[in-house]
Design a binder for this molecule. Structure first.
Ligand SMILES: *Cc1c(COP(=O)(O)O)cnc(C)c1O
Length: 398
């Protein structure tokens, strides 16, 4: 494996040098009076990324899964009913977490490759006359299938049913790469992490929390200690942390937010969309199918691609790793062996994407795929040539 090659897994993502250097700091005293000067601007700047002015941000030393657990345990009690759609491995794992916390989980089963069904959420909520459903859970970007869901549509369905449930959104693989609007969409809990769009090492769960969710945390009965909102928010308000903070990641996050704001969030989203479109052009030229069923569901951070019948996608990803020293995402859950994933989020340019696309092609040629060598690369090249702009922003920020 060459350390020089980018990874094309959909998280953890490539860490730009600027962020690696920013994380390389000597130990500092987090009880010193100047810790607040690092912490307070981080929390307020993260609100800009979530696009919330009314909510607040709470972080924990954890991966995204810890963020899920914090969102659930702080705001719900055992036996509480939650409504959630299952359409991929990540929505499946969030459901499993809820069940282990003894919630009453009402599941809407969907075909993998579909998005969150706003109409079905609406129907179930309308039928819940006694308002037993306390929370609606949605995975914004299903990383297993490369599907982005319409959170605004889910919110409209909730409002149309005049249902008071809270809205919880997993935005781990979308925040800071694709547009996310916590206030506009009425999201109560938005769960993310440091190692995807923020381009950092794994180790910080980042959660947007509405006032309604904070209020719910005062009476919710699920046990929590390490992940307690009250302990964390209370300590943060006094300029501290309830335990030892992940200081290296916090310094990295300072630099990450600076990079995102220097490029401009809208430019970050446009860059992800453009890179993703090039990847999709390549998939089309290969004659292969995306798992995502329709263009409105296409994710700009990850593409899941079915291999032709008779081929095993694990053989493909293993061959690429062994022969060319590059990592791509494997098929997860029911897609194991059937699909591979190209992660195209975080610190990435069109030039880097082309290297990934052409590497996949070399491996497919090695393994006898009915795909013409160079066809996808050429399609992506044409797309990137057509849509090139002067001085790509990320380059000047790096
Ligand atoms: C990466 C990811 C998570 C969290 O995974 P961790 O490995 O715990 O960070 C959750 N949901 C989605 C959609 C993800 O892509």
């Amino acid at each position: 494996m060459s350390g020089q090659n980018p990874v094309f897994i959909p998280g953890p993502t490539n860490i730009p040098d600027r962020l690696r250097y920013a994380m390389s700091i000597q130990t500092m005293d987090h009880r010193a009076p100047d810790f607040i000067e690092l912490l307070a601007p981080l929390l307020s700047d993260l609100k800009k990324v979530f696009k919330t002015t009314t909510g607040q941000v709470i972080t924990f030393p954890a991966s995204g899964t810890g963020g899920w657990e914090a969102a659930i345990t702080n705001t719900l009690s055992p036996g509480d009913k939650v409504l959630v759609a299952r359409f991929g491995m990540f929505s499946h794992r969030w459901i499993d977490l809820c069940q282990r916390h003894k919630l009453d989980v009402e599941i809407i089963e969907c075909e993998w490759g579909e998005g969150a069904p706003a109409d079905l959420y609406g129907e179930r909520l309308a039928a819940d006359a006694n308002h037993e459903i306390k929370a609606v859970l949605v995975t914004h970007n299903e990383t297993a299938t490369g599907v982005r869901s319409d959170i605004g549509a889910v919110r409209r369905a909730m409002d149309a049913a005049a249902h008071p449930a809270m809205l919880y959104v997993d935005c781990v693989s979308s925040l800071a790469s694709m547009d996310f609007r916590m206030d506009e969409w009425g999201v109560d809990l938005a769960v993310s992490g440091s190692q995807k769009g923020f381009m950092l090492a794994t180790g910080m769960a980042i959660i947007g929390v509405s006032q309604k969710a904070l209020e719910a945390s005062k009476t919710a009965q699920c046990p929590r200690t390490f992940f307690d909102f009250g302990d964390m928010a209370g300590a943060n308000a006094n300029g501290g942390f309830p335990y030892t903070p992940p200081l290296q990641i916090m310094y990295g996050l300072r630099a990450s937010l600076d990079m995102l704001f220097e490029e401009g969030l809208d430019n970050v989203f446009a860059r992800h969309n453009r890179i993703a479109e090039g990847v999709r052009e390549a998939v089309r030229a290969w004659g292969l199918d995306l798992c995502a069923k329709r263009p409105d569901l296409y994710s700009d951070t990850v593409s899941a691609i079915y291999v032709p019948d008779g081929f095993n996608s694990d053989d493909l990803t293993n061959h690429i790793f062994d022969t060319y020293g590059v990592s791509f995402g494997v098929g997860l859950g029911q897609m194991a062996g059937k699909a591979f994933r190209i992660g195209h989020l975080g610190s990435l340019t069109d030039v880097m994407a082309l290297s990934g696309i052409s590497t996949v092609e070399m491996a497919m040629a090695d393994l006898g795929y009915p795909v013409e060598l160079g066809s996808g690369t050429r399609a992506a090249q044409e797309y990137y040539r057509r849509t090139a702009t002067a001085r790509p922003a990320l380059q000047s920020a790096a």
